[in-house]
Design a protein around this ligand. Structure first.
Ligand SMILES: [Zn+2]
Length: 344
């Protein structure tokens, strides 16, 4: 491996977890991979060997009973775990490979074998709870990666930034009251899954390590710019993590079919730029993007391609969809409230 390289993880098994007609289907990741090929980005990254996680590794954040249940249920052919979350005979393999590969990518970046990374995986993870599936998610890929990161001697503190349009309730629950993990989520609110109010800030020793940014429908590029400038980047700089993990969902785009925020692809690119710049300033550029949601395939594939360009240090950005003329709601009140709550 090469310390100057951006690493990715991808495995064909991620495409075998699939249900036609469901928004979280294999076409999502297929569109990403074909976009990376089309734009010759796939040749510029190092693909890490993927790996199935051990049950004990998944059980870092989940109950063993739940992990065994998912395995056996899928081996018998699968079905719906909950009204949103399907599975088939390959879903356990896909989800366990997503966890194993997330762990290995995280370790490779921590050891300096890779500069940074992008985990191109399915199923997504940020809604999964300790003992049950939720919101298309089986296992908490990023939460497990953050806990594994903290076991490495190089890492004392880790940060997770979640810009998926939905609150990362699973991640927030799985990291628990861990004062060494900063969790920041920006999300449409009130909205699915219902959690993520600004008052959820962590408890006991972890008080203040959870930063929830509940955004009203319609917030887009301008609002996000202010939120990053006034809340997210100052929170990261104060916490000084040794690595930044990003729950990268592209469903806060104006043309996403499942939600109502108003980001453009340029807006997403601005977010990636800020996070990568911040990682370079505070943790030697150690940053990994983990794929979460995003249900418009053009947005998703271009969004991931743009993020990988940023990780590679390529300045160009592609936004074939442009932006809307929609007047964004004012965000000052929320930002002031967050600055007060978190003493920023
Ligand atoms: Zn989402």
């Amino acid at each position: 491996m090469n310390a100057q390289r951006t690493g990715i993880v991808f495995d064909p098994v991620f495409l075998m977890h699939n249900q036609t007609g469901h928004p979280e289907n294999a076409k999502r990741l297929e569109s990403i991979i074909s976009r990376l090929k089309e734009k010759s980005l796939i040749d510029k990254v190092t693909q890490l060997k993927s790996r199935l996680a051990e049950i004990d590794e998944i059980a870092i954040c989940h109950t063993k009973e739940y992990v065994e249940h998912v395995k056996i249920f899928c081996e018998k052919g699968g079905g719906y775990f909950d009204p949103d979350t399907y599975s088939n005979k390959d879903s356990f393999m896909a989800a366990a490979t997503a966890v194993g590969s997330s762990i290995d990518l995280t370790k490779a970046v921590i050891r300096g074998e890779l500069k940074n990374g992008s985990a191109l995986l399915r199923p997504p993870g940020h809604h999964a709870l300790a003992n049950r599936s939720m919101g298309f998610c089986l296992f908490g890929n990023i939460a497990i990666a953050s806990k594994v990161a903290l076991i490495q001697p190089e890492i004392k503190k880790a940060a997770i930034v979640d810009f998926d349009v939905h609150h990362g309730n699973g991640t927030q629950a799985l990291i628990g009251d861990d004062p060494n993990i900063l969790f920041i989520s920006s999300h449409q609110y009130p909205f699915y899954p219902g959690t993520g109010s600004s008052r959820e800030i962590g408890t006991d020793a972890a008080e203040g390590t959870i930063v929830n940014i509940p955004l009203q429908a319609g917030i887009g590029d301008e609002g996000f710019k202010i939120v990053y400038e006034k809340v997210i980047i100052p929170s990261l700089k104060r916490f000084k993590p040794d690595i930044i993990l990003v729950s990268a969902g592209y469903d806060a785009h104006w043309d996403d079919p499942l939600a109502n925020l108003n980001l453009s692809l340029n807006g997403f690119n601005q977010i990636s730029r800020e996070l990568i710049k911040c990682a370079e300033e505070i943790c030697s550029g150690k940053i990994i993007f983990f794929l979460e949601g995003g249900y418009n395939l053009d947005v998703l594939s271009n969004g991931v391609a743009n993020s990988i360009r940023r990780l590679l240090g390529i300045e160009s950005v592609e936004d074939p969809l442009g932006r809307t003329n929609y007047q964004e709601p004012d965000i000052k009140k929320l930002v002031n409230e967050l600055v007060t709550i978190h003493k920023l």
